[in-house]
Design a protein around this ligand. Structure first.
Ligand code: PLP
Length: 446
């Protein structure tokens, strides 16, 4: 197959006629509950480009929601998948196991923060891994309650809907939700700053606020686990104030509460470290991974301290497809690519480039309340100038205009007012800057 040209190109209006046809077929065949960010049908993708069925080439600033971190159809992954698919596609690891699963577990145990003995278990989706992390924490502690945080996103299955904060679109009409799930205040520096500079900059203070509520409303004696995204994804790319995570972790350790880091979105080189926890120097008890783990093959994992991971009885964990051999081969090739191609450093480079460009934009645009994030996980929060009032309408308008201009961007945030950038780390500087320039021109026009 010929290489995909690494340039933005609009062959038709967006969406083009073939995408419009497919959208009509889709509406007649696919349940409407499954949403669409961009009504454009993909044909090929590589590097920093997604080509649609009408021959439009779009700049990819979304990576399929932080999944194709090493670039779509990354060469080592394509080879590994082809090779494994030709040997066998499935046996079920619980029936006749295979080396790939073990090798992925070894790699996760080695790569995740912490030097102690670790174990891993593999699953299919981020939600499924989160559910299993909670099962493991309950089994280990003999306790039931779980606390999650404001703005959290942990998935769409029943337990993970309960853990997820935002009702629309994730929870509305889908209850009742799993019991024994509680919520504590997050550290959200930009929004906390409305209520005082100390809370915004002092992570320890923000953690004490959360711990006070946990203590009084749940009680450590009932609490099996605290689950948190070290940098929140769907909630708005919220980076907690420095000290928030370590203080929370210390409290968990002192109270026999399992600290679960949900790194489904922030993991695997995305933030300029292999895992976002490393920026705060914390070693979580359990770490949940998925999205960036296997370049799009469905795979997820829970990794953590051996004594916790080994708490559930034999056959208490598992699933038919968990750790599928083709997905495991893709994961090993993904990890090899991150290391061999220096992609952790590349993510840090992308941060510098993006923050520089977006920071200059913010300097003369009062609608940009904050530019934040780490590595190639960068966001812009839009507000009504001079206030903290979220501007979701502007965010929607920017996204729609970007899509028409051939740039894939996503929004997020509890208030729907955050524009998020998740470029593949293989995007060229030129394409990335062109994508940002499109956003800049749109903002000038709106
Ligand atoms: C996407 C996501 C999940 C859920 O993963 P799925 O694979 O969609 O089930 C859980 N946690 C975080 C932080 C996520 O970003």
């Amino acid at each position: 197959m010929s290489a995909l040209a690494q340039s933005r190109h609009l062959a038709t209006p967006i969406p083009g006629p073939r995408s419009v046809d497919l959208m009509a077929r889709r509406s007649a065949a696919v349940a409407r509950g499954v949403g669409t960010t961009m009504p454009v049908y993909a044909a090929r993708a590589f590097g920093g480009i997604v080509e649609d069925v009408d021959g439009n080439r779009l700049i990819d600033l979304g990576s399929g929601i932080a999944v194709t971190t090493i670039g779509n159809s990354s060469p080592r992954v394509v080879d590994a998948v082809r090779d494994q698919a030709a040997r066998f596609t499935h046996t079920c690891f619980m029936v006749t196991p295979y080396e790939g699963y073990v090798a992925v577990a070894e790699a996760l145990n080695r790569l995740t923060p912490g030097d102690g003995e670790k174990r891993s278990a593999l699953f299919n989706s981020g939600s499924e891994a989160v559910e299993n992390a909670v099962k493991i924490a309950r089994s280990y502690t003999g306790k039931q309650a779980v606390v999650a945080f404001d703005h959290a996103y942990h998935g769409r299955t029943n337990l993970t809907m309960a853990l997820t904060a935002k009702v629309m679109p994730y929870k509305h009409g889908f209850g009742p939700f799993a019991p024994e799930v509680y919520r504590a205040p997050m550290s959200y520096p930009f929004r906390d700053s409305e209520y005082g500079k100390d809370l915004a900059t002092d992570g320890e203070l923000a953690a004490r606020r959360a711990i006070g509520i946990i203590d009084k409303q749940i009680g450590a004696a009932n609490l099996a686990a605290a689950i948190i995204e070290p940098i929140q994804g769907e909630g708005g790319f919220i980076v907690p104030a420095e000290g928030f995570l370590p203080t929370l972790l210390d409290w968990c350790r002192a109270n026999d509460v399992v600290f679960i880091a949900d790194e489904v979105q922030s993991g695997f080189a995305r933030t300029g470290a292999m895992f976002a926890c490393e920026h705060e120097g914390i070693v979580p008890d359990l770490i949940v991974t998925a999205k960036g783990i296997a370049d799009g093959m469905p795979l997820s994992a829970v990794t953590g301290r051996a004594e916790i991971m080994d708490a559930p009885h034999v056959s208490g964990l598992g699933g038919t497809y968990g750790g599928n051999p083709v997905a495991c081969a893709a994961a090993l090739a993904t990890i090899e690519t991150i290391v061999a191609d220096g992609l952790v450093a590349r993510a840090a480079q992308i941060e510098t480039l993006m923050k520089d460009r977006l920071g200059r934009l913010q300097a003369d645009d009062e609608r940009i309340g904050e530019v934040r994030g780490r590595g190639a996980m960068i966001a812009v929060e839009f507000v009504v100038p001079g206030t903290f009032e979220p501007d979701a309408e502007l965010t929607r308008a920017v996204c729609a205009a970007a899509h028409r201009a051939g740039v894939i961007v996503l929004s997020c945030g509890t208030f729907g007012n955050v524009l998020r950038f998740l470029p593949p780390l293989t995007i060229s500087d030129d394409l990335l800057l062109e994508g940002l320039e499109v956003i800049e021109l749109i903002l000038r026009d709106l």
